[in-house]
Write a protein that binds this ligand. Structure first.
Ligand SMILES: [Zn+2]
Length: 257
């Protein structure tokens, strides 16, 4: 179920930090058994059951997810937002609820709430101030890195009182696999020096994980990477590898008492 799972003990409870893989769930077919994203091509009942498995494994009361649009909007999951949020709300319209809020990051200082970021090659980043109990997740794909979604997330966490923030960068398509057109690599390199890289076969690529690390350092945030290339690791979801049939893995962070 988890390709990475760690518990960090803080002054305000335990912080659960996890990334899911394709195993141990209820989905069937090409996307593996643990898909937490696709409700259009997967069975809604399976996705809902997968979410329940993960929620219970983390000891969370609720999952909070967004409709990710490759932007830099941050959803603040505060008391007033959560008052209208139920157990199936993370499934959005697919489960007959209201549409999910559009945002590529979520922050909270509330306990029991598992913030969810869903990816299949983009970089999932989990952030926590374990002392203050302020948490964040961000969807940092090529657009998010370029637009500064991590900066927006850290700013929102500090507004909630976060002090020292540590980040965990999750599995994503690696620089050796993430081929892009030369012009795109060049343009991004001018704005984010060091992002241009080379694929294993010698063409232009982007090192999204490295770029996230540099952005976090510039923000004064400590970080580490759990490793794992989504494209070459069969147990992880990858859009580049599996196309429109790809499921989604989730990065989750939650404070439990
Ligand atoms: Zn790779």
């Amino acid at each position: 179920m988890f390709c990475f799972h760690e518990r960090i003990t803080g002054a305000r409870g335990t912080i659960q930090v996890a990334f899911t893989d394709r195993e141990g769930g209820h989905s069937t077919g090409s996307m593996g058994s643990l898909n937490l994203g696709r409700t259009d091509v997967d069975e809604l009942a399976a996705v809902r059951a997968n979410g329940e498995l993960v929620r219970r494994a983390l000891g969370a009361e609720l999952l909070v997810a967004t409709h990710q649009v490759h932007g830099r909007e941050v959803l603040v999951a505060d008391e007033s937002f959560l008052s209208g949020w139920g157990r199936d709300s993370w499934l959005g319209e697919a489960a007959g609820g209201p549409p999910l809020p559009q945002a590529d990051a979520i922050v909270t200082d509330r306990p029991g709430i598992a913030l969810v970021v869903r990816v299949a090659d983009c970089v999932p980043v989990l952030l926590a101030d374990a002392t203050g109990g302020v948490l964040g997740v961000a969807h940092a794909g090529r657009a998010g890195v370029d637009l500064g979604v991590l900066e927006a997330t850290v700013t929102a966490m500090r507004r909630l009182g976060a002090g020292r923030i540590e980040a965990v960068v999750g599995p994503h398509v690696c620089a050796g696999c993430y081929e892009v057109p030369p012009q795109m690599a060049e343009q991004l390199e001018t704005r984010h020096p060091g992002i241009r890289a080379t694929t294993r076969w010698g063409s232009d690529s982007l090192d999204l994980g490295g770029a996230c690390g540099r952005q976090l350092e510039a923000l004064g945030v400590g970080w580490r990477s759990v490793g794992g290339c989504t494209m070459t690791t069969p147990v992880l979801h990858s859009h580049r590898r599996d196309g429109d049939g790809a499921g989604r893995l989730a990065g989750l962070v939650c404070r439990v008492s």
